[in-house]
Design a protein around this ligand. Structure first.
Ligand code: SAM
Ligand code: SF4
Length: 318
C-alpha cells in the first residue's frame, strides 16, 4: 500500500517478545525487564491474524524479531502458519544466534527464508562482556550451520562501538572474503540503554567507508537500509546502516508490530497505535491498518532530538 508520501509499504517487522537471553550493554538493562502479564502479550494466533490483515493491504515481507524471538516455544509453527498466508513472499528473523544452531533446520523446513544474526565481536571474552554473559561459540556454529543449510542472504549485523569493537572492523569485513554473507555495520542509535554510552561510543559509518578504500560500491535496492560495498573478489558483501548520518526515511517501506499489540509506523517517532481490540474483526483491522500506514510519519529526527519512541529497542526489535 502507498502512504501519503508515495512510499510503498510492504514490510512488517514483528517483535514477538521483549524478553531476551542476553543483556547487551547498549540495549537491555543489566537486571533484565519486568515480565509482562500474559494477557497483555499477543498470542501467536493474534500475530497470524495481524499478518493476514496486513497481507491483504500489500505487506509481502515479514521479519520476526524481539527481544529474542528464538526463546519462544512454537516459533517454527508461527513461521509455518505465516508461510501459508496468501501474499507473503519472504519470512525472516533477527536473532542473537545463541539458540539458532539447534533450531535452524526446523525453522527452514517451516518456511523461514532468511536470518539476520547480531554479532558485535569475534572475541570470546569481549562477546561475554558486551552481551553480559553470552557465548560466542554458539553464535559462530549457528552461522556455519545456516550457511551449510543454504539459507539465502545471511546477514551479520554489528553495532559500531568506539573503544569497544572498532578494532575488529577489518576482521569482520574479511569474513566476507570467503563466506557468502553480508556483514553490516550499524550506527549506534541514541535510545534507551545506548544513551549512556552514545557520546563516547558512537562512530559514523562515513569514517569507516573513508578509511577502507578497497571497498567497491555496489548498486543497491532502493528500500534497503544498508549501503552496500564489496571487497575485491569477495564472496560476500559489506553493508553500512546509517540511521544517523544518512537517513533512509524517504525510502522507508516498513511498519512495526510490538508484542503488546501496538503498531509503530516509525521506529523513532512517539506515534504508536493499540490495535489489540480490533484483532477479532478482520475487516475493521484492515481498515485501521490502512489508516495508520497512510499516515506514516515522513521522517525521524534522531540526530536532533534522539529517539522519541516510548518503546525501547528490545521492545521494538530493530
Ligand atoms: N535479539 C535479537 C538480536 O539481537 O538480533 C533481535 C532484537 S535486537 C533489539 C535487534 C537489533 O537491534 C540487534 O542487531 C541489535 O544490535 C540492535 N540494537 C539494539 N539497540 C541498538 C541501538 N541503540 N542502536 C543500534 N542498534 C541497536
Ligand atoms: Fe537481546 Fe538483541 Fe537486545 Fe542483545 S540486542 S539484549 S540480544 S534484544
Amino acid at each position: 500500500m502507498i502512504d501519503k508520501y508515495g512510499r510503498n509499504i510492504n514490510y512488517l517487522r514483528v517483535s514477538l517478545t521483549d524478553r531476551c537471553n542476553l543483556r547487551c550493554i547498549y540495549c537491555m538493562p543489566e537486571e533484565g525487564v519486568q515480565k509482562l502479564h500474559h494477557q497483555d502479550i499477543l498470542r501467536f494466533e493474534d500475530v497470524v491474524k495481524v499478518v493476514k490483515a496486513t497481507a491483504k493491504i500489500g505487506i509481502n515481507k515479514i521479519r520476526y524479531t524481539g527481544g529474542e524471538p528464538l526463546i519462544l516455544k512454537g516459533i517454527d509453527k508461527l513461521i509455518h502458519e505465516t508461510s501459508k498466508i496468501e501474499g507473503i513472499k519472504d519470512i525472516s528473523i533477527t536473532t542473537n544466534g545463541i539458540l539458532l544452531y539447534d533450531s535452524a533446520e526446523e525453522l527452514k523446513k517451516a518456511g523461514l527464508n532468511r536470518v539476520n544474526i547480531s554479532l558485535d565481536t569475534l572475541k570470546e571474552d569481549r562477546f561475554y562482556k558486551i552481551t553480559r554473559g553470552g557465548s560466542l561459540k554458539s553464535v559462530i556454529r549457528a552461522i556455519e550451520k545456516c550457511i551449510s543449510l543454504g539459507y539465502g542472504q545471511i546477514k551479520i549485523n554489528s553495532v559500531l562501538l568506539k573503544g569497544i569493537n572498532d578494532d575488529e572492523i577489518e576482521n569482520f569485513m574479511n569474513l566476507t572474503k570467503e563466506l557468502p554473507i553480508h556483514v553490516r555495520f550499524i550506527e549506534l542509535m541514541p535510545m534507551g540503554e545506548a544513551f549512556g554510552i552514545y557520546e563516547k561510543g558512537s562512530i559514523k559509518c562515513d569514517e569507516i567507508i573513508k578509511k577502507f578504500d578497497s571497498l567497491i560500491s555496489v548498486n543497491n535496492e532502493k528500500s534497503s537500509t544498508a549501503e552496500l560495498y564489496k571487497l575485491p573478489n569477495a564472496k560476500g558483501m559489506v553493508g553500512f546502516i546509517r540511521p544517523i548520518s544518512c537517513k533512509f526515511c524517504e525510502d522507508c517501506n516498513r511498519i512495526r508490530l510490538t508484542s503488546t499489540g501496538t503498531i509503530k509506523p516509525c521506529l523513532h517517532s512517539e506515534e504508536e497505535y493499540d490495535i489489540k481490540k480490533y484483532i477479532k474483526n478482520e475487516g475493521i483491522l484492515a481498515e485501521v491498518l490502512k489508516k495508520i500506514i497512510s499516515n506514516k510519519p515522513s521522517e525521524h529526527h534522531l540526530e536532533e532530538q534522539g529517539s522519541l519512541s516510548a518503546k525501547m529497542m528490545y521492545q521494538i526489535g530493530g
